[in-house]
Design a protein around this ligand. Structure first.
Ligand code: HEM
Ligand SMILES: *[C@@H]1O[C@H](CO)[C@@H](O)[C@H](O)[C@H]1NC(C)=O
Ligand SMILES: *[C@@H]1O[C@H](CO)[C@@H](O)[C@H](O)[C@H]1NC(C)=O
Ligand SMILES: *[C@@H]1O[C@H](CO)[C@@H](O)[C@H](O)[C@H]1NC(C)=O
Length: 510
């Protein structure tokens, strides 16, 4: 009898402790944003969030306004939805809002890579040197040569044949852009004579095809992998794939290649100098492959699809591209030399630039997340202040801005000239409630984690679209084809993918 009370008390204490850990007792304190824990302890709103992030956030905004804290799988996350106040998130000091802690954790789980302290600056330095400005000159040439290898090899061999070729647009675009991007960053199979050149190019094609094939499998597992909810079978498949990539992209393999980009090489070299083991560097090579190749292909698909669905856009872009080619003194001829699409030519395409910005507005939907390292005050543009707790997270989902009708009228429509001024220059003035916005289109994220590959990525998209337009005619098999639904599972992971592919056909223009 005498024993029962202590046992009961201990049980009660454990229960209260557990409930505490599950967040049941958390209350909104004065000055904090509205708190919405959801009905399920600890998990909170995670299922609704996963099902359709955009819809969930819109519902929360309706209910609570543009700042609110929700419980998601054990975390309390404060979402900031007011574009005028985005600066408060993006520019907050790293001592308060930290990106790397969260990223390091995810990268370890999803790619097996264990980061070392303070390595983020290597990525930033290398990207600044090699993926923009003069560095981009080299990358543009590599990309051009690889794109032409992949797009034209089997067609030039059948030069007088202008038969239509059928394909799925998504797979066609993703395949070509992925492989060309990969070859440009990770290098080509070397050759030392004319005839071995053809062999080497063929090897580039078959090896990159094999890589793409496996990459797509990983790509499809990715959302659930990132949320840690794979079935045991999927989990072992993901592990198999990871080993494949580590091996395929290994330092040992890389050293047999020519034309390795300085971007990849510097990042490898910096880690060698830190004393990192090769086996770990191999894993980092996979991180880079993922970051660099997962979004550009899907983006190129949406770009071509929107152009095909909007004849006035297609006409405007095609005229621009033809003009730039003509002014460079080049011409596409059957059996003639391949065109030399230079970086300089790519700076003269404002219409294509706008079409790309518009495509990314509609289809790029990253989720920006930061860990709150110290208690802090969030200062909104209109003077409101919110107290944010240490240990929580903060997040921004810029897509809500992309489709805000006040900022972008008729937001669901593709308007190729939305980012173009009447004088033909890039448009950068967008307003909400009469105030000019700094953050009106954020496909690349913002702040410390902003995509370091954005200049190269834009260039890739432009090169691919340019070559498609000057070499090929292409059209939808079914002119009335609807723009496919997006796959909602991928909200937050970058460029969205369609729920199904779209049949199209293409053939040489000349
Ligand atoms: C249309 C294509 C692309 C889109 C929409 C895109 C978008 C993004 C976004 C939104 C982020 C930030 C994620 C975050 O804040 O957590 C990011 C990060 C990153 N991107 Fe891109 N990206 C693209 C292409 C590329 C390319 C071509 C490269 C490299 C050649 C690249 C390299 C990276 C890397 C290395 C990071 C990680 C940055 C870090 O850890 O700070 N991306 N990208
Ligand atoms: C290296 O790249 C250049 C173009 O930048 C290309 O002409 C050359 O063939 C490439 N080397 C190999 C081995 O493919
Ligand atoms: C060219 O290759 C692609 C895939 O590599 C294939 O789908 C297409 O049918 C080929 N075209 C010709 C004309 O052989
Ligand atoms: C293309 O043009 C650039 C700049 O004019 C030149 O440096 C490069 O060698 C050319 N490439 C080829 C393959 O002709």
């Amino acid at each position: 009898m005498g024993l029962l009370l202590p046992i009961l008390l201990a049980f009660l204490a454990a229960l209260i402790g557990a409930l505490y850990l599950l967040g049941v007792f958390r209350q909104r304190l004065p000055g904090e944003p509205p708190l919405d824990k959801g009905l399920i302890p600890w998990l909170g709103h995670v299922f609704e969030f996963r099902r359709d992030t955009l819809k969930f956030l819109e519902r929360m905004k309706q209910k609570h306004g543009d700042v609110f804290t929700v419980q998601l799988g054990g975390f309390y996350i404060t979402f900031l939805q007011d574009p005028e106040s985005f600066g408060a998130f993006v520019k907050e000091s790293r001592e308060k809002l930290d990106f790397s802690k969260f990223a390091v954790h995810l990268v370890r789980r999803v790619f097996g890579y264990v980061a070392v302290q303070d390595e983020h600056h290597i990525l930033q330095t290398s990207s600044n040197k090699h993926l923009k400005g003069d560095g981009l000159e080299v990358m543009t040439q590599a990309m051009m040569s690889n794109l032409q290898n992949l797009m034209l090899h089997n067609i030039s061999s059948a030069a007088d044949q202008r038969d239509w070729i059928d394909d799925g647009l998504f797979m066609y675009c993703y395949n070509i852009v992925f492989r060309a991007g990969y070859l440009s960053l990770y290098g080509n199979v070397p050759h030392n004579s004319r005839e071995s050149e053809e062999k080497a190019k063929e090897k580039d094609r078959t090896e990159s095809e094999a890589l793409f094939y496996e990459f797509r499998k990983y790509d499809q597992l990715f959302p659930n992998l990132a949320y840690g909810i794979l079935s045991p079978r999927q989990k072992s498949e993901a592990e198999r794939l990871m080993k494949f990539f580590w091996n395929f992209l290994s330092v040992q393999n890389m050293k047999t290649k020519d034309n390795i980009s300085r971007w990849v090489w510097d990042m490898h070299q910096a880690r060698v100098e830190m004393g990192m083991k090769d086996s770990m560097i191999n894993k980092y090579m996979f991180v880079l492959l993922w970051a660099s190749q997962g979004n550009t292909g899907p983006s190129s698909f949406w770009l071509l699809l929107y152009l095909m669905k909007h004849p006035e856009a297609m006409k405007a872009v095609k005229e621009e591209v033809d003009k730039v080619l003509r002014e460079s003194g080049q011409e596409v001829q059957r059996g003639g030399p391949l065109i030399n699409l230079t970086r300089e030519m790519l700076t003269k395409t404002p219409v294509l630039d706008s079409a790309i910005d518009e495509t990314l507005r509609l289809t790029a939907a990253p989720l920006l997340t930061r860990a709150v390292l110290q208690d802090m005050t969030l200062k909104m543009a209109d003077g409101r202040e919110y107290f944010i707790r240490k240990g929580d997270r903060m997040a921004m989902f810029p897509y809500v801005v992309h489709i805000d009708p006040e900022i972008h009228p008729d937001p669901q429509s593709f308007k190729y000239d939305r980012f173009l001024n009447p004088d033909g220059k890039k448009k950068t003035e967008f307003y909400k409630a009469g105030k000019k916005l700094k953050y009106y289109n954020m496909p690349w994220g913002a702040g410390v984690s902003m995509c370091p590959g954005r200049f190269f990525a834009t260039n890739e998209l432009k090169q691919f679209a340019f070559l498609m337009l000057v070499y090929f005619e292409f059209e939808l098999k079914n002119p009335d084809e609807k723009i496919p639904e997006i796959d909602f599972r991928r909200w937050g992971f970058g460029t969205m993918q369609p729920q199904k592919d779209v049949p199209f056909r293409y053939r040489l223009r000349y």
